[in-house]
Ligand binder design. Structure first.
Ligand code: WT7
Length: 649
């Protein structure tokens, strides 16, 4: 890790929302007097009925309860659209860049957004969706995804977006998990020149559903699709039948805005619940400060709306701020590895936000793909999703930013709603690989992993937890508040436990070292090893499976699976392929194992517990330091696994 620091230029700092002194002062106020601080910043959004209570939080296991601005009422869609109409109706709200660069981009103004969202809201109502009902959105990156999210918010329905790369099974589980009334999808999704048949996936997902979930279908490609009579509706047909005028529903600050499923260390993915008031305040405020967003800037976050990054920094944060936000349907490498930079040049992007995995992949393609474009409008570059290695940081800084754009390495999670640890571009001297310092109101602590004791010395290494709440924090797991408490508040009493390890240096800077639980981070996407294991053992030829992560040059982590076959099954390369495809089919392409090792036996304790520590070491090709293996029921299996390890790099 490099300790070289990059202070913001005086020029940048002078024009920024906050400089170093401003950050120090505002941070201190936010910690000394959180009530007053958040009472003030809570006013950045429009309330129908203003709040009188700011914060009511209990982090004690067994009594966990988190409320912000709880007696205020508002409508999130009105905050993202209506309140801007007076001053910026004709400003572009969303720039849509299609997968194929030869197709036309769209510039959707706030006025047009208002009309489309009003129509979609009325269509949802006409299909029987009301306040508090759940709607699953399974759409590609097209403007209708934004309309659908905001239409739900407008009528008080709760959306649950399922990433369009998930399989029918994963989709079905999420539809059932929240008892959705409606699924919104498209016929086919073009991405990187390839086509995903989304509507077919929905049909498969709902095949065995007895509750007759309806489906609203956006026509993206016009491809032939199978239609379920009486249950399926075309968006463009229904839109004709309703008015564009839909008054926003008055919602409580703590009414759920959305559910988003994310992987944990055990069991199936859990439905993270975010509510309306605090989430919007936090998404909007972090968007403004972290990216130093100013009126008129063009902001581009390359995430998919299927992940929390897309929720907070393509839709809710930017639109609440009256920004112009870019939505990209494609992938970084189509038609070639210059696409990101072509889009930056074409739309004069000012703030660009992407993931380390994309940076590493593009870095490997050579600098020509970057230097052939005019990137002089870029002001700030952001990253998110996993630790960024200094080499990729330096490339991003020098080749993309030409040394002129502060880099914001933002640490946060689906659970946190917005950035928790991040530089502010006009205030924070950056160090490649460090997420630097906490955002306003955020109190990170480093705990001793075993004892849970807070390490008070500045220089520290341990697990990362948060001492108090911030408005964007998740409130519960959908339908399972006990799981919420036991996942985040049980192991370290009195704190929110992030699941990440970290180091704090002498300057108080945080360096995230990665997950300390059985969650792996593949290309910035979270995957529970338990999920992949349960997909593998669902295959008829598999007796047992154990899955771990290992370092991967581009993806950050790759998926390494140890598989024990049923007696009599032949361990062939064809079967390896079959199992990979099987997992892809069960969960989705992002869960496909990179390496599968046949394991006649797995290292287990006498009580039958798989010792993952050992499996991790072997997968990392670091088998010289396995530690104590004497407690294993059969230590000889370890030698066999080392002998036949798949990663020898
Ligand atoms: C996990 C959360 C929040 C948006 C994307 C991922 C890792 C995230 C960073 C960063 C190091 C990071 C952590 C975290 N992570 N950002 N800047 N530096 N690690 O959201 O799927 O909820 O995953 O991603 O391990 O716990 P997510």
């Amino acid at each position: 890790m490099s300790d070289k620091t990059y202070p913001p230029s005086a020029d940048f700092a002078a024009k920024a929302h906050v400089d170093a002194a401003g950050y120090a002062e505002m941070y201190k106020t936010s910690i000394d007097n959180p009530e007053a601080f958040w009472a003030e910043h809570g006013k950045r959004i429009d309330w129908i009925k203003p709040f009188s209570k700011v914060k009511d939080v209990n982090f004690n296991f067994g009594e966990v309860s988190i409320k912000w601005f709880e007696d205020g009422t508002l409508n999130v869609a009105a905050n993202c659209i209506d309140r801007h109409l007076e001053t910026r109706a004709d400003q572009t709200a969303i720039i849509w860049e299609p997968d194929d660069p030869n197709d036309d981009a769209l510039h959707i103004t706030y006025r047009e957004l208002h009309e489309q969202v009003g129509r979609m809201a009325n269509v949802l109502k006409s299909l029987g969706v009301g306040k508090g009902d759940r709607v699953v959105i399974y759409l590609p990156m097209i403007p209708e995804a934004a309309y659908a999210m905001l239409a739900c918010a407008r009528i008080g329905a709760i959306h649950s977006i399922v990433f369009a790369g998930f399989s029918p099974d994963a989709l079905g589980a999420r539809v059932n998990g929240c008892d959705a009334k409606l699924v919104i999808t498209a016929d086919t999704a073009p991405r990187g020149g390839r086509q995903t048949k989304l509507k077919d996936n929905v049909n498969q997902a709902l095949l065995h559903d007895t509750t007759d979930v309806k489906c609203l279908v956006v026509r993206r490609t016009g491809d032939q699709i199978a239609w379920r009579r009486d249950l399926d509706f075309w968006w463009h047909e229904e839109a004709e039948k309703v008015s564009a005028d839909c008054p926003p529903e008055e919602m409580g600050a703590e009414d759920p805005l959305f559910i988003l499923y994310t992987s944990g260390s055990t069991g199936q993915p859990k439905g993270v619940v975010h509510t309306s008031g605090g989430y919007l305040v936090y998404a909007a405020m972090t968007h403004q400060y972290t990216f130093d967003y100013h009126d008129g800037d063009i902001f581009w976050c390359t995430a998919d709306v299927g992940w929390v990054t897309g929720h907070s920094y393509i839709i809710y944060g930017p639109l609440a701020n009256g920004a112009t936000t870019l939505m990209f349907e494609g992938v970084p490498t189509y038609p070639d590895a210059g696409r990101f930079w072509a889009v930056c040049e074409k739309h004069k992007v000012n703030q660009f936000y992407t993931a380390p995995t994309a940076i590493r992949a593009l870095m490997g393609q050579g600098n020509d793909f970057v230097t052939r474009y005019d990137l002089s409008d870029l002001k700030v570059l952001g990253t998110v999703g996993e630790p960024i290695n200094p080499e990729a940081w330096n490339w991003y800084n020098e080749v993309v930013g030409k040394g002129n754009c502060p880099i914001v390495d933002t640490w946060w999670q689906t659970e946190t709603g917005g950035h928790l640890i991040t530089p502010l571009p006009g205030a924070t001297a950056t160090k490649p690989g460090s997420a630097t310092l906490p955002f306003f109101g955020v109190q990170p602590v480093v705990l001793e992993p075993e004892s849970g004791k807070e390490i008070t010395e500045t220089v520290a290494e341990g697990v990362l937890a948060l001492k108090d709440s911030w408005p964007g924090q998740m409130r519960t797991v959908w339908g399972d508040h006990d799981r919420f408490q036991s996942t985040y508040f049980q192991q370290y009493k009195g704190y929110y436990f992030s699941g990440d390890g970290c180091r704090r240096d002498a300057d108080g800077y945080y360096w995230i070292t990665g997950r300390v639980d059985d969650v792996i981070n593949v290309s910035g996407h979270r995957m529970g090893t338990a999920e992949v294991e349960s997909a593998l053992v669902a295959h008829a030829k598999v007796a047992e499976a154990a899955v771990v992560g290992y370092p991967h040059d581009i993806k950050g982590q790759g998926i390494y699976a140890y598989v024990t076959l049923m007696t009599g099954e032949e361990p062939t390369d064809a079967l390896r392929k079959e199992l990979s495809e099987w997992v892809r089919h069960e969960i989705g392409p992002i869960a496909k194992p990179d390496l599968i090792q046949w394991a006649p036996g797995l290292p287990k304790t006498r009580s039958g517990k798989i010792m993952r520590r050992i499996l991790r070491k072997i997968a990392e090709n670091d088998y010289g330091s396995l530690g104590d293996t004497s407690t294993l029921a059969d230590p000889s299996v370890v030698d066999e696994l080392i002998e036949n390890r798949m990663n020898r790099g």
